[in-house]
Each structure stands twice: as structure tokens, then as C-alpha cells.
Design a protein around this ligand. Structure first.
Ligand code: PLP
Length: 423
């Protein structure tokens, strides 16, 4: 077979883009060489429906070991008693949990997408809002933070079957203990979706959901710095509260319902090459280096937020506890869409984002979301965050001046020169 130069040239172009630019998309990161190597390995050739030791295909002895190592490392990393590493993505992980815990039409309570939640937390354009009956909590207009008393009021009024704690664009730590009290008061299952701050949580820098939430889902590719994928965890297993029994009449364990919901409920063969890459990433995350990295992520985000506030940028909630922040650009007279486009021209990658109480559509938006996990992987420190904010401000101020944007792009490329990505 001839090498497919068309695609490999595009892959090279994407590598150059990643190398030369400042990556501030809060949900992205750069994996290590060994994670990359596993993701591109021969394990992609293997079918392995089922779970280690209980497969529907022969020849699974090797991938059984790989998957078990991934599970064991994830358990050690998060202090979980149960882990399923097979979900192909964060959305698939959430789908499986809903499938295990809900019937179509059941009520779910999630974080409003336009206030920082995720599509899979009940958005009407997503299966979660079409198949189930979603109600939402949001942030306070004045403070930009969650008001737990109000969440309690909504839960008491709406009596949801499942409550989702977690977000895609919320820069404050989440009180999972309080969420559990709310869930218990209405007999709801509490699911935390820690896709964004998983790496910080794994190293004890943010509140730990594992002791408080019935079920925890995450992606593996954001602050956790693994391959693109998802995962489901529980701090402890428990009898399912839905009355689902085995033939013997005994209640099925929640772990069994979750495993069945992933496979065969929602997926076929697991991506064992990605599971191997997850295992390597979890191994890396167990190291002291990863604690250093996460502490630097937190320091960098705080430095970036401080520098933005000093330049009169309106950060929702006024700052950040984690790796990300959401900026309301309405006082800068530029939409999120315009800002994203201008920043991309200067090789600074961000995404436009709705802000709470936004008056613009999701295609335009009033805000942008920034995160520092990726630039921290490339070795940038607090002083670099000040420099990046100066560059961002130059772009926002001159967003329709192509010459000025070109000048910023040169500074961006010079800044990232020599900063390692992967081999
Ligand atoms: N949950 C949250 C909170 C997220 O932020 C995301 C992705 O951004 C997901 C779930 C979905 O992950 P994926 O894109 O892997 O489906």
C-alpha cells in the first residue's frame, strides 16, 4: 500500500500548529510520548468485547492484563473501589450512567449549559435532554458562583432521580458533600462529572468527590493528561436502589449495572490501544512529578486570572480555583466569536463560550473560556501567564487590524519556540 501522504501531511500541519501556538482551550492537553505510542499501537487491532477474564473473543490474554492494570492504577489514583475504563469518551461515560440509573422520561437535575454545564447534563440538543426530563441549576448573577441553598430548593421542588455535579466552564471548587446532602434529602443518585478538574482532584488539590458521590465520571484527556477517553468510578459499590435483581432474587450491585450499561448497553468492543494509553497516563499521574505539574497548573491559572482582572477583564466569579476561567467580554465590546477568530489569527487558540445570563446565541456568545493545562505541560510558568495576557489584550484591542494580529502571532511563535511538545 502506498503511504497516504495526503493525510500524513495534514497530521504534520496539525503538529506544527500545536507546536507554534499558545493552546488555551481548557479541555485540551498534550500527552507524553509513551501515551502517544500506546495509542498508536497494535492493540488497535484487537476485539475484546466483555471485561478482563470474561470476554466474548479469543486471544484476549494480553489485553486482559493491560485493562486490569489500567483499572488498578485508576483505583489507586482516585481511591476508588470500582472503575470502568472502557467508555470511549466522557459523553459515553455519562450515557452509561444514565442508562444504568434512569428510565426514559425520568427527571435529572444538572448544571445549565449556558452557566457552565455540559451538553450531556440535560441540554435539549443532546440525548440527555431529549430522552430524560431535565431541570437545571445555575450560578448567581451577582457573584457567578453556585448557591447551594437554591440548588436544594430546586431539588426539593423537582424531586429528580439523578443529580449531576460538575461542569465544563466553572472555575470554582465544588462542594460535593453539600451536593450529597441535597441528593439524600430527595432520594436522588448523585453523579459527579469531574472531566475538567480530574487531574487536580487526583492530586488532592480540589475537593474529592469520591467519598460523597454515588458515581463519578470523567474524561481522561483534559487535566488528567491521558488519551481522549472516558471512565466511570465509585468510591464504594452498593446494592442498586431500583429493585433490579439477579435470578437468585439478590439485588444486583451498582457495579454490575454500570458494567452492563457500558457493554453491551452502549458500546461494543473497547479501544484497548486507548485503554493501554490510559494505563500509562494513570501511571504518570501517580508520580510526584504529576503533583508538581498540577500545582503549577493551579498557580498558572491564578496568575492568568490576576493579570486579566488587572486589565479590566470580567472573569465570572472573579477568579479561579482550578485550571480554567470564563471571561465575559461585554465590557470590551467584542463577541466571543470575534475574539476567538482574532486570537486564532494570532496563533492563540481559545473557544468562544456562553456566559451566565448571556444575551447572545451559542454561535456568537459573549465570552471566551481559557484554561492552562496545555501550556503548563509545555513548561510555561506564572511570568509567562502575564506575557500571554498582554498578548491576548493586544489581540482583543486590535481585533480587526490584521497587521497588529500578525505582529502578535510573531511574538506567540517566538515564545513557543523551543518549548517541547512530543518527540
Ligand atoms: N463532561 C464534561 C464536564 C465535559 O467538559 C466534557 C467535554 O468537554 C464531557 C463530559 C464530554 O467529553 P467527550 O468530549 O469526551 O465526550
Amino acid at each position: 500500500m502506498q503511504r497516504d501522504e495526503q493525510i500524513f501531511e495534514l497530521i504534520q500541519a496539525e503538529k506544527e500548529r500545536q507546536l507554534h501556538g499558545i493552546e488555551l482551550i481548557a479541555s485540551e492537553n498534550f500527552v507524553s510520548d509513551q501515551v502517544m505510542e500506546a495509542a498508536g499501537s497494535v492493540l488497535t487491532n484487537k476485539y475484546a468485547e466483555g471485561y478482563p477474564g470474561k470476554r466474548y473473543y479469543g486471544g484476549c490474554e494480553v489485553v486482559d492484563e493491560v485493562e486490569q492494570i489500567a483499572i488498578d492504577r485508576a483505583k489507586a489514583l482516585f481511591g476508588a473501589a470500582y472503575v470502568n475504563v472502557q467508555p470511549h469518551s466522557g459523553s459515553q461515560a455519562n450515557t452509561a450512567v444514565y442508562h444504568a440509573c434512569l428510565k426514559p422520561g425520568d427527571k435529572i437535575l444538572g448544571f445549565d449549559l449556558s452557566h457552565g454545564g455540559h451538553l450531556t447534563h440535560g441540554s435539549p440538543v443532546n440525548f440527555s435532554g431529549k430522552l430524560y426530563n431535565p431541570v437545571f441549576y445555575g450560578v448567581e448573577q451577582e457573584t457567578g458562583v453556585l448557591n447551594y441553598d437554591k440548588i436544594q430548593e430546586i431539588a426539593t421542588k423537582e424531586q429528580p432521580k439523578l443529580i449531576i455535579a460538575g461542569a465544563s466552564a466553572y472555575s470554582r471548587d465544588i462542594d460535593f458533600k453539600r451536593f450529597r446532602e441535597i441528593a439524600d434529602s430527595v432520594g436522588a443518585i448523585l453523579m459527579a462529572d469531574i472531566s475538567h478538574p480530574a487531574g487536580l482532584i487526583a492530586k488532592g488539590i480540589l475537593n474529592d468527590p469520591i467519598p460523597h458521590c454515588h458515581i463519578v465520571t470523567t474524561t481522561t484527556h483534559k487535566t488528567l493528561r491521558g488519551p481522549r477517553g472516558g471512565m466511570i468510578m465509585m468510591g464504594e459499590d452498593f446494592d442498586n436502589p431500583f429493585g433490579i435483581t439477579l435470578k437468585s432474587g439478590k439485588l444486583r450491585k451498582m457495579s454490575s449495572l454500570l458494567d452492563s450499561a457500558v457493554f453491551p448497553g452502549n458500546q461494543g468492543g473497547p479501544l484497548e490501544h486507548i485503554i493501554a494509553a490510559k494505563a500509562i497516563a494513570f501511571g504518570e499521574a501517580l508520580s510526584d512529578d504529576f503533583l508538581e505539574y498540577q500545582l503549577q497548573v493551579k498557580h498558572n491559572a491564578a496568575a492568568m486570572a490576576k493579570a486579566l482582572v488587572a486589565k479590566d477583564y470580567n472573569i465570572i466569579s472573579g477568579g479561579t480555583d482550578n485550571h480554567c476561567m470564563l471571561i465575559d467580554l461585554r465590557n470590551k465590546d467584542i463577541s466571543g466569536k470575534e475574539a476567538e477568530e482574532a486570537l486564532v489569527k494570532a496563533d492563540i487558540t481559545v473557544n468562544k463560550n456562553m456566559v451566565p445570563f448571556d444575551d447572545k446565541s451559542p454561535f456568537v456568545t459573549s465570552g471566551i473560556r481559557l484554561g492552562v493545562a496545555a501550556v503548563t505541560t509545555r513548561g510555561l510558568k506564572e511570568a509567562d501567564m502575564d506575557a500571554i495576557v498582554t498578548l491576548i489584550d493586544e489581540v482583543i484591542t486590535n481585533h480587526d487590524n490584521e497587521v497588529a494580529l500578525g505582529a502578535v502571532r510573531e511574538k506567540v511563535n517566538a515564545m513557543m519556540q523551543g518549548k517541547p511538545l512530543f518527540a
